[in-house]
Write a protein that binds this ligand. Structure first.
Ligand SMILES: Cc1cc2nc3c(=O)[nH]c(=O)nc-3n(C[C@H](O)[C@H](O)[C@H](O)COP(=O)(O)OP(=O)(O)OC[C@H]3O[C@@H](n4cnc5c(N)ncnc54)[C@H](O)[C@@H]3O)c2cc1C
Ligand code: SF4
Length: 568
């Protein structure tokens, strides 16, 4: 094969990169996956079993950066607006794990689909001043078969009839839902009585044995932890499938520093990377696939100085605007058993007469919040560090007021795209490899704040109806004018989107509708950088569905077949 090392070099091994690796190797192509983090996910030699590195250990995962990145080695910067100066803080800004498997390794995997309206919010719901809301370049109907395939690859447990607001689907979920958490039964009953429609969350966790992996045992250490028994399928399932073909070479601790172009400037030759000893290597490939996540992909494009003729790389950064409504209960909720979140409701994403009136009062045509996750607290060490020492400590731990009697709603509120919200390269702060750190400039649109203020009291009423004796609310990021609380100044959301938006017009988007850079023919962006809007749903199932669609198109692009599907 001439001077090429593989058909495709893939940057990043999270849900996006793993999916691309699976699709391409299944189609007979060879891939090299370069991952800057360490490998704790699976043995890279046949039969590719679990490594046994995962445990229900709060200190290891939450304090010692077991899955990386260490913010001292890979700092990021944050400011609200350019008027704040170069930065307001440096450290952990929206960090997702840097490890083989990426964020999928420790996400608890609620995997809902977007709805039909989410793909055409601009034309169906209408523009909102100050936001650059656009329709996606294709609709739900085109993505539906890929959603189905994504659910089968990852292994999603769910009930197709549970959510009255869900869009149509061709097939049932591959598995029935797992057991309900007691806390979610309590909150769901109260929500139902008040007229809302809670449902069992579709989750990428086995409820029965599936794909050679066991059913979940509801150990309770789900979000922020890897699964010790591999009941979570994302992205171990696609990575293992890719490895089994014999055409996938995963290289951990390999940091891609640059994408390299050929003399024409229209094609990438491959990438340059540093191995764990700091030695530089080059991988030459027919295609370069960027699955570094919506924070690192634009950073890599910016430092490689490619793909940015529109000046839009890094812009339209979106997070979910999170509203937290927390209540304490006079009885135990058993939040330590279960998969972190077993129930959701969508009602606050559907504009109704009351929310439209509130929007008009606030000078907006409408607003939407996001899915509401019904969750409870689990970690005993997290509880212990907030309690006073001595005998009182023992008594409070026994009573467990901060953990076993606490119920929380988290709203993943839709965040509107604004060109001023962006990731760029910090002028002074560098990572351990000497490259400029990513810097976030981000302020929420009034839409997000008004939606949060409208719905938080309604969620409080659900908790009170469920029996809460005390409630509080908070948002991340803080509302304009509010001081930062425990969640800090930067958005706590780990749902990052929009920084290389896709569209048909190279003047208003970075990639085409097949996720290939407008400027460079053979570079595809596989992750949520391409999302034109954020909706109010977790992004990961849509990342996987899009990556299947885009990687399939890339296979058909192979010069041996000389087909160029749908290039706009
Ligand atoms: C606690 C938690 C719970 C979550 N729960 C949900 C949920 O319920 N539902 C949902 O939809 N989403 C959830 N998420 C978000 C989810 O994890 C992300 O949407 C998902 O991981 C994004 O996948 P990705 O492949 O695009 O990027 P990532 O998962 O971030 O993977 C990117 C990979 O690329 C690597 N990389 C980056 N730069 C380079 C480089 N230069 N060279 C080599 N490698 C590089 C990184 O190390 C990383 O491993 C959760 C996240 C967290 C933190
Ligand atoms: S709750 Fe289930 S899926 Fe989550 S880590 Fe425990 S066993 Fe794995």
């Amino acid at each position: 094969m001439s001077d090429l090392d593989c058909d495709a070099v893939i940057v990043g091994s999270g849900p996006a990169g793993a999916t691309a690796a699976h699709v391409l190797t299944e189609a007979g192509r060879s891939v090299i996956v370069l991952e800057k983090g360490r490998n704790h996910l699976l043995d890279l030699d046949a039969p590719f079993g679990p490594k046994g590195d995962v445990s229900n250990d709060e200190i290891k995962f939450l304090s010692r950066h077991f899955l990386g990145p260490d913010p001292l080695l890979e700092p990021r910067a944050f400011r609200r607006t350019a008027a704040d100066g170069d930065r307001l803080m440096v450290g952990d800004v929206n960090n997702l794990p840097s490890t083989v498997g990426g964020g999928g390794f420790h996400a608890d995997g609620k995997l809902p689909r977007f709805r039909e309206v989410d793909f055409r919010a601009a034309s169906e719901l209408g523009p909102i001043e100050g936001a650059e809301l656009v329709d996606w370049p294709f609709g739900y109907d085109e993505l539906e078969p890929y959603y189905g395939e994504a659910e089968r690859i990852v292994g999603v447990a769910g009930d197709a009839d549970a959510n009255p607001f869900a869009s149509w689907r061709a097939d049932p979920y591959p598995m029935p839902p797992g057991p309900d958490m007691f806390a979610a039964i309590v909150s769901s009953e109260a929500a139902t009585k008040l007229g809302y429609h809670p449902y069992r969350a579709p989750t990428g966790v086995n409820s029965v044995e599936y794909d050679g992996r066991p059913a979940c045992n509801n150990c309770g250490f789900c979000a922020y932890y890897g699964c010790p028994i591999e009941a979570k399928g994302d992205p171990v399932a696609p990575l293992r499938r890719a490895l089994r073909t014999g055409r996938c070479d995963i290289r951990p601790e390999c940091y891609v520093s640059h994408v390299e172009l050929d003399g024409s400037g229209r094609r990438a030759r491959g990438v340059r990377y540093l191995d764990r000893e700091g030695v530089e290597h080059v991988v030459r490939a027919r295609f370069v696939i960027l699955g570094a996540g919506a924070f690192e992909t634009p950073r890599l494009l910016l430092r490689s100085e490619i793909g940015n003729s529109s000046d839009l790389v890094g812009r339209f950064l979106m997070f979910h605007f999170q509203t937290f409504v927390v209540g304490t209960f006079p009885f135990r909720l058993h939040g330590h058993r279960g998969r972190a979140v077993t129930h959701l409701h969508d009602d606050h994403m559907i504009p109704d007469a009351e929310s439209l009136a509130a929007a008009r009062e606030a000078g907006l045509p409408y607003f939407r919040a996001g899915i509401v996750e019904h969750g409870a607290a689990a970690g005993p060490i997290q509880e212990a560090i907030h309690l006073p020492p001595g005998s009182l400590h023992s008594r409070l731990m026994m009573e467990s007021t901060l953990r076993d009697r606490l119920l929380a709603f988290t709203v993943q509120g839709e965040d509107l795209p604004q060109a001023t919200n962006r990731i760029d390269l910090d002028p002074a702060v560098c990572d351990v490899w000497g490259n400029p750190a990513g810097r976030v400039t981000y302020s929420p649109h009034r839409h997000e704040v008004v939606a949060s203020e409208h719905y938080a009291p309604k969620l409080t009423r659900i908790l009170e109806a469920a029996g809460a004796v005390w409630t509080t609310t908070s948002t991340s990021p803080p509302r304009p004018g509010q001081r930062a609380d425990a969640f800090g100044l930067a958005p706590a959301s780990r749902h990052i989107m929009g920084t290389a938006r896709m569209g048909a017009d190279p003047r208003t988007s970075v990639t085409d509708p097949w996720q290939r850079l407008h400027d460079v023919d053979n570079v595809m962006v596989a992750d949520s950088s391409v999302f034109p809007t954020s909706t109010g749903y977790g992004p990961t199932l849509t990342i996987v569905a899009l990556a299947i669609r885009a990687a399939r198109a890339l296979v058909d692009l192979d010069p041996l077949r000389s087909v160029r599907p749908g290039r706009a």
